[in-house]
Unconditional design. Structure first.
Length: 232
């Protein structure tokens, strides 16, 4: 009976997409998966600060489908709702958890908005610390395990996040170059690929001493690593 009720609830919701805004907000704060998913899908404005807060909170501590949808919709709203990024900057732990999510789409969507952050210095410091720890934990990879695969996954998205935080005012180039030098021969090619994208970004920003790293990556045995240096 419960499954039938939930099925009917979903059907009724999606037949009536134009619910009042206040009811949408109630759904957004609900513990009911279907109601929350519906609200995240169809809400088309965020009128108050609390509304934005409720929206952002769905990035963490929820079902993976809710976190993913929330990350998509934040990307939809972010350019027209400046307060969204301000709220995220005020709660950097949410951004950092989303970059480190087990769902790669949540990671990707979160990384895509990092260039809008006004909290780049703090986020960069935390991500550099994370990268250093992950490299240390996995630098002597002899065989893959669930733990190693998980740490490589997080390392991949940490590099991707860092790439999206970089700008001409980046002030830790020596520290980053040290990390890149530690990573250009990383056993897993997906990490070397992300290092290549990051090196290319640094080159486009005219950072010193990056060409030596690029030269090494251009000679990499993996096609995708070399291709990353040429992609627009």
């Amino acid at each position: 009976m419960k499954k039938l009720y939930e099925k009917n609830l979903v059907e009724n919701l999606y037949q009536n997409k134009s619910l009042p805004y206040e009811e949408m907000l109630e759904f957004l704060q609900s513990d009911n998966f279907e109601q929350k998913h519906f609200a995240l899908t169809f809400i088309n404005k965020l009128e108050k600060s609390d509304d934005i807060k409720f929206f952002i909170q769905n990035l963490v501590g929820e079902d993976t489908k809710i976190r993913e949808l929330s990350s998509f919709r934040i990307n939809d709203f972010i350019l027209e709702e400046a307060a969204l990024m301000s709220f995220l900057d005020a709660q950097p732990e949410i951004l950092l958890r989303s970059i480190d999510d087990v769902n790669p789409q949540v990671c990707r969507n979160t990384c895509a908005i990092l260039h809008l952050s006004n909290n780049k210095l703090f986020l960069t410091e935390k991500i550099l610390e994370k990268i250093s720890t992950l490299i240390e934990n996995t630098k002597t990879i002899k065989f893959k395990s669930h733990k190693v695969n998980k740490e490589i996954f997080h390392l991949y998205w940490s590099f991707f996040a860092l790439e999206n935080l970089l700008d001409k005012d980046f002030g830790q180039s020596e520290r980053l170059l040290e990390i890149l030098n530690q990573s250009i021969n990383y056993k897993d090619y997906t990490i070397r690929e992300r290092v290549a994208f990051l090196a290319k970004k640094l080159s486009s920003l005219d950072f010193n001493n990056i060409q030596t790293i690029i030269n090494i990556l251009e000679s990499d045995e993996n096609f995708y690593v070399k291709k990353a240096l040429t992609l627009d």
